[in-house]
Design a protein around this ligand. Structure first.
Ligand code: NAD
Ligand code: DAU
Length: 339
């Protein structure tokens, strides 16, 4: 199969490219990526050496570029990771999120309609369900939970999901959707909680924890997410949504303290800062459907995954040092100075 991975120069898309190259030597993989601030060709440097891989620079929200790629490559499968993905950036400036996440997805769907496709898979998020209260640990997101978004980011992802469902029903596009919880692992862009805390701790900088640090996220090692998507594109039922998560709920402060402990750093680096606007309290996925229907279970326990992740950042300093010494400095100052 010829599989186009949009957003494959980013965190999860990059890991997915490596997952496919490792597990499906019979497939040909194309990464189609605009290379925004979050896209990094260094992430794909090993993939570039494979005869089964090709990189194309392109924008999912540019119709001409997308149609050209479809005409020339004739993909069998599209896995759409390409997105603006950071909630804090969406709160500062929503418009780009609408362009990439909504218009971009609709253009990919139009291309599938025009040129044909065997499978279109939309990589969505548990954030489309909104949040759960902290005092109801018995509640979980299922595929039937209502959409109830909080941030411009999650609203844009929910809009994209609705378009995918509409194109499936109206034009019979063979589409699937996955909604995953928070990922962590190698190549995670430094703006997100786990890499930000690892990098700041290594640099003996303050660790900015929003509010009281009691918000809960359901962490999944990125390779387990990749395995779930791989199963869905091969064995998942067209028109279906699959929630992906591994019952690994942690408060933010627990995660930050675990990182400090692994690195042997002092907890006095922690600084509680002004909360995120509209901050979602708790995410928690019920993965019963994907487990029972497709046999998926996560392999990596949080204690092991977080150690592997910290180790990766220790072993790959040049990857993140280049990022944090560039434009990222301005972003960091804008978001965190005087917060
Ligand atoms: P990321 O920000 O690390 O990477 C996004 C990639 O998309 C980058 O390579 C970027 O260059 C590319 N991109 C952005 N706009 C583009 C455009 N217009 N055209 C082509 N490429 C473009 O994101 P991530 O964390 O890897 O997330 C990937 C996907 O998974 C997103 O759709 C996100 O909503 C979803 N998701 C993420 C998580 C998570 O915990 N990170 C969890 C669930 C779902
Ligand atoms: O649930 C899936 C989602 O997970 C994905 O759809 C998003 O693309 C991804 O970015 C992630 O969203 P979050 O907002 O949960 O992730 P983030 O790493 O930004 O924040 C995790 C938690 O940590 C959240 O409660 C906010 C908090 N936080 C974050 C940062 C960056 C802090 O306390 N301090 C920080 O500096």
């Amino acid at each position: 199969m010829k599989i186009v991975v949009t957003g494959g120069a980013g965190f999860i898309g990059g890991n997915f490219v490596y997952f496919l190259l490792k597990n499906h030597a019979e497939d040909f993989i194309i990464c189609y990526d605009k290379l925004t601030y979050a896209g990094n060709l260094e992430t794909l440097s090993d993939a570039m050496k494979s005869k089964n891989f090709k990189f194309i620079k392109g924008d999912i929200a540019n119709r001409d570029e997308v149609y050209k790629m479809f005409e020339e490559e004739k993909p069998d499968v599209i896995v759409n990771f390409a997105a603006e993905s950071h909630v804090d950036r969406s709160i500062e400036d929503p418009e780009l999120f609408l362009r990439t996440n909504i218009i971009g997805t609709s253009i990919l769907l139009d291309a599938c309609k025009k040129f044909g496709i065997k499978r279109f898979h939309q990589v969505s998020t548990d954030e489309v369900y909104g949040d759960l209260p902290l005092d109801r640990p018995d509640l979980f997101f299922t595929e039937k939970t209502n959409l109830h978004t909080s941030s411009p980011y999650s609203a844009s992802k929910a809009s994209a999901d609705l378009l995918v469902q509409a194109y499936h029903r109206t034009y019979k596009i063979p589409a699937t959707i996955s909604r995953c919880s928070n990922n962590y692992g190698p190549y995670h862009f430094p703006e997100k909680l786990i890499p930000l805390m690892i990098i700041n701790a290594l640099n003996n900088k303050k660790l900015p924890v929003y509010g009281k640090g009691i918000n809960v996220r359901d962490w999944l090692y990125v390779e387990d997410h990749c395995a779930a998507i791989d199963l869905i594109i091969r064995n998942g039922k067209v028109g279906e949504i699959y929630n992906v998560g591994g019952h690994n709920e942690k408060t933010n402060i627990e995660v930050v303290k675990t990182i400090l402990k692994i690195l042997g750093k002092d907890e006095n680096l922690i600084e509680f800062v002004t909360d995120r606007k509209g901050h979602d309290q708790r995410y928690a996925i019920d993965p019963t459907k994907i487990s029972t229907e497709l046999g998926w279970t996560p392999k990596t326990k949080f204690d092991d995954g977080i150690k592997k992740t910290v180790d990766w950042y220790l072993q790959n300093k040049s990857w993140w040092e280049k990022i944090i010494s560039g434009e990222y400095k301005n972003y960091y100052a804008k978001m965190y100075d005087n917060r």
